[in-house]
Design a protein around this ligand. Structure first.
Ligand SMILES: Cc1cc2nc3c(=O)[nH]c(=O)nc-3n(C[C@H](O)[C@H](O)[C@H](O)COP(=O)(O)OP(=O)(O)OC[C@H]3O[C@@H](n4cnc5c(N)ncnc54)[C@H](O)[C@@H]3O)c2cc1C
Ligand SMILES: NC(=O)C1=CN([C@@H]2O[C@H](COP(=O)(O)OP(=O)(O)OC[C@H]3O[C@@H](n4cnc5c(N)ncnc54)[C@H](O)[C@@H]3O)[C@@H](O)[C@H]2O)C=CC1
Length: 443
């Protein structure tokens, strides 16, 4: 069998490795970029000089796939697919048109940053932050002495992380968002405002509840204008979310409401010979118990594995996802899974919640290794199954969210959690720990 994979980043890589490790199939991998496996999560760490450089942000290379027998065509853009004849049409970097036939096709074309369609959008100094090359452009622009003020449009995950990086580079940073807090897609205001205070405490100016209306400047951006003000800036980074890159299959395959390729639990699209994985495809949300779109590397990796196993002849169903995520900015850490109270309402879930706050360890433990942890557990009224959790602390409590992720997946109720056995050792936690104490509040 011949499998063609379009897109060789996280999702495509994991599909390819799974097929190559489990079959003798012919595998052809095609990507328009010159690099593969770039961990975008490291961009802010590198730009903010928290790590030495970008070299470690690539975890595999073309030679690794060639060694396993794959043919890999980089800097080759697929421009169309004949789904009836099962032929992929592409153009190499030298402008040569090529064709690849397939028995099975994997679309792993990822996502595109949403581009604000505002006056002045083509001025110099306005950036996006997805590709490695875009990270390099941001890094180089920030190195310029004249760039003193950086505006970040969108206070989601990318925006907050790059705002921290710009502040660490000594820039004056203005972080703007249409919503009233940062991270509003992931956290309720009681948690998001902790991040907002943290950002402001580190000198970042937050302008929330403002809609950008245009960029101004002569050749290069000089100001960002919103419905509430005009901000003089030397550089702008746009980070208002991702949308699925469905260019190749949108006229042939069934799509989700946002344009993502609709896939079943085996990552198969409406064309049984075409699989879609990663940010270009839908996921099954266990919290919602329905199809959703959640662009995350963690989802890309797992969906690539599922498609790979099925293409290798193993019948594997995706268990679904919770959209578990985390962020660590200066000292503040936030992790969440499933839905917040706010996002549950947006998705039509009728929920209740419990809150608790306590120190991670007993107060007799050294102060510098201890800190308060705030937790919220969200559960569905009626079924009482857990559908979300959020935690905030300066202590690294991040691993706790894995348990909640599994709880949502397995439909654990808030009542089960009340007496669930959690180990206790003073070095780590308290006997009446904040998970138990929060769950016990549920009426
Ligand atoms: C700055 C940043 C930080 C992030 N941090 C995190 C994080 O901490 N945790 C997390 O879970 N997620 C994070 N993400 C999200 C994560 O990077 C994405 O969810 C992930 O990259 C999706 O992987 P993918 O393989 O589906 O798609 P992509 O990474 O978008 O890759 C798609 C590939 O397809 C190729 N392609 C597209 N069209 C064509 C074509 N026509 N012909 C040939 N090739 C094509 C592209 O060149 C690309 O290589 C972050 C993203 C960014 C930008
Ligand atoms: N730590 C992690 O897990 C990370 C995950 N990612 C993922 O990458 C994807 C893209 O990240 P982001 O671009 O940060 O998307 P996002 O969805 O996290 O945030 C987008 C933000 O832009 C705001 N916004 C939307 N339209 C706007 C407008 N017109 N004007 C002002 N603000 C506007 C939204 O309110 C939101 O806060 C997401 O799926 C994210 O989860 C990215 C970085 C880190």
């Amino acid at each position: 069998m011949k499998v063609v994979i379009v897109g060789t980043n996280h999702a495509g890589i994991h599909a390819a490795n799974t097929i190559l490790d489990n079959t003798d199939d012919e595998v052809v991998m095609i990507d328009r970029n010159s690099n593969l496996s770039y961990l975008g999560c490291g961009t802010a760490l590198w730009v903010g000089r928290q790590i030495d450089g970008y070299e470690g942000l690539f975890y595999t290379k073309r030679e690794d796939f060639e060694a396993k027998g794959a043919r890999i065509l980089m800097e080759t853009a697929v421009d169309s697919i004949d789904f009836d004849k099962k032929i992929v049409h592409a153009v190499t970097k030298d402008g040569q048109a090529i064709e690849e036939s397939y028995d099975k096709l994997v679309l792993a074309t990822g996502s595109k940053p949403i581009a604000p369609n505002l006056p002045g959008k083509d001025l110099e100094g306005i950036h996006f932050l997805k590709l490695f090359q875009e990270g390099q452009a941001v890094d180089q622009d920030m190195a310029r002495e004249e760039v003193k003020t950086v505006a970040v449009l969108g206070a989601g995950y990318i925006g907050v992380e790059i705002a921290e990086a710009a502040a660490r580079r000594g820039k004056k940073v203005i972080l703007l968002d249409a919503m009233d807090t940062s991270l509003s897609n992931y956290y309720d205001p009681e948690f998001a405002t902790l991040m907002d205070e943290n950002l402001r405490a580190h000198g970042i100016q937050t302008q929330f509840g403002e809609m950008a209306q245009g960029y101004e400047g002569e050749g290069r951006v000089e100001a960002l204008v919103t419905d509430k003000g005009r901000y003089e800036v030397d550089m702008v980074i746009n980070a208002i979310g991702f949308g699925p890159n469905n260019d190749l299959g949108k006229d042939h395959l069934e799509l989700f409401t946002n344009g993502a390729y609709l896939v079943n639990r085996r990552q198969q699209t409406s064309d049984p010979d075409v699989y879609a994985v990663g940010d270009c495809a839908t996921v099954y949300s266990n919290a919602l118990q329905d199809t959703a779109y959640i662009a995350l590397a963690s989802n890309a990796v797992r969906s690539g594995l599922v498609a790979g196993f099925n293409l290798a002849g193993q019948d594997v169903e995706h268990v679904g996802v919770q959209g578990s995520n985390g962020i660590s900015i200066f000292e503040q850490k936030l992790v969440s899974t499933g839905y917040s109270v706010k996002s549950a309402a947006r998705f039509g879930l009728d929920v209740d919640y419990v809150d608790f706050e306590d120190k991670q360890k007993y107060p007799f433990m050294p102060e510098d290794e201890n800190a308060p942890v705030k937790i919220r557990i969200v559960f569905e009224k009626g079924s009482r199954r857990i559908v979300g959790a959020q935690l905030a602390s300066t202590y690294d409590m991040s691993a706790t969210i894995h348990m909640f992720s599994l709880a949502i997946q397995q439909k654990v109720t808030i009542d089960t959690l009340k007496l669930t056995d959690f180990f206790f050792l003073p070095h780590f936690n308290q006997a009446h720990n904040y998970i138990t104490m929060a769950a016990l509040q549920a009426k």
